[in-house]
Design a binder for this molecule. Structure first.
Ligand code: PMV
Length: 369
């Protein structure tokens, strides 16, 4: 697949209007993406668990218009929002070549999240993937009469997911891993034949039953705006003294994780996942300028998790995003014990005692009217 394969060539521009709606989840990386080339091409491969309940729900209503040019309005949780407009404008500019109909219609974009607005949970993955999926459904409606002559139904579905992921990537890199479940790989890696830098692919390797319904409880340590955005953080990997070693390490860790997912060895799983989280933050701390996104309570939680593992037989572990919040990962069989541990020992480190219980999920789904 190349970029050229995603350019829509024929579509029916006589369709006047329509509405589509998708719910798309967030995801949490196990091997982290940090550093990118032009056009959101990752410097290294990554793999993530798709989440189940942390989702963005987006409806797009499209109406034919006469004058050419981008035209759209965004409503966030019922209120008209100007704040998201520049991001969507840039997104439309980036993807216009692949979706030439974007200038033929006015788009009313209505969006909301299932998780609290200012939770510090990045909504760009779920938000951008939800918009990409809506635009793909519109594309499908506009080319309804040409589909059957081009591809079989199953090829069409895989093209739909690939292109949705491809577009989502151009909105926000990690968003390309939110289309499908339960594990998604993004970035070319030798150990995963179908992997691509252009879009995320469902991980098709063996996955041991230890990972069934794997739990992710997100501890909201700091709900505020991050001091350094991901965009800036990625850029700081240019000329970073440890960049090459880090990018190589991600390839090795992904190959190791593939074997661990098959064997179900949770001790080895913990080593890779926690090391990846700390490496991500180590890259931040050793870039120039350097910065720290963890908070004292992030470290308190990490130490409590290590102490709990030391004194019990638990396989609970942590991972981090580009922020202070902690994702606590554990097998479903430990749900009761770990939740008790979280309530007894970790909640006090969360802002206003807030945390969100989620688990590994199946990917985005279309909402029919
Ligand atoms: O998708 P972005 O550009 O917001 O980057 C996110 C990067 C991390 O969340 C830190 C890691 C990852 O792979 O999701």
């Amino acid at each position: 697949m190349t970029e050229q394969d995603f350019i829509l060539k024929t579509y029916n521009s006589t369709i006047e209007s329509g509405s589509v709606k998708w719910a798309s989840p967030s995801n949490i990386a196990l091997v982290k993406y940090w550093g990118k080339k032009k056009h959101q091409i990752p410097e290294n491969p990554s793999i993530s668990f798709t989440l189940s309940d942390c989702k963005t729900i987006t409806e797009i209503t499209y109406t034919k218009k006469q004058e050419k040019g981008f035209s759209f309005d965004i409503y966030f949780e019922g209120e008209k929002s100007e704040a998201f407009k520049p991001k969507i404008q840039t997104f439309f500019e980036r993807i216009e070549i692949y979706m030439p109909f974007l200038k033929d219609y006015h788009f009313k974009i209505e969006t909301s999240n299932t998780f609290p607005h200012s939770s510090g949970i990045a909504s760009s993955a779920s938000g951008m993937s939800a918009i990409a999926l809506c635009l793909m459904s519109i594309e499908q409606e506009l080319k309804a009469d040409v589909i059957s002559t081009e591809r079989s139904m199953s090829d069409e579905k895989s093209h739909f997911n690939q292109k949705a992921s491809f577009l989502a990537r151009l909105g926000s890199g990690s968003a390309c891993r939110s289309i499908e479940g339960e594990l998604v790989v993004w970035g070319k890696n030798e150990s995963i034949a179908e992997s691509s830098d252009l879009y995320g692919v469902k991980f098709e390797g063996d996955v041991h039953s230890n990972f069934n319904k794997y739990q992710d409880t997100i501890l909201l340590v700091d709900k505020g705006e991050k001091q350094v955005s991901s965009t800036v953080g990625h850029q700081l990997m240019y000329g970073h003294p440890f960049a090459k070693e880090r990018f190589d390490q991600a390839h090795v860790n992904l190959a190791k994780l593939k074997a661990i997912l098959a064997s179900g060895d949770l001790n080895e799983f913990i080593k890779i996942v926690e090391s990846e989280a700390l490496t991500l933050h180590a890259m931040m701390m050793t870039s120039m300028p350097y910065f720290i996104l963890m908070k004292p309570n992030t470290l308190e939680i990490i130490n409590k998790i290590w102490a709990f593992r030391e004194k019990t037989d638990s396989k609970v572990c942590f991972t981090l995003d580009a922020g202070a919040n902690v994702h606590v990962l554990y097998p479903e069989s430990e749900k009761e014990n770990v939740l008790e541990f979280i309530k007894d020992e970790l909640v006090s480190f969360c802002q206003n005692g807030h945390y969100i219980c989620d688990q590994i999920g199946q990917g985005a789904n279309q909402i029919q009217f």
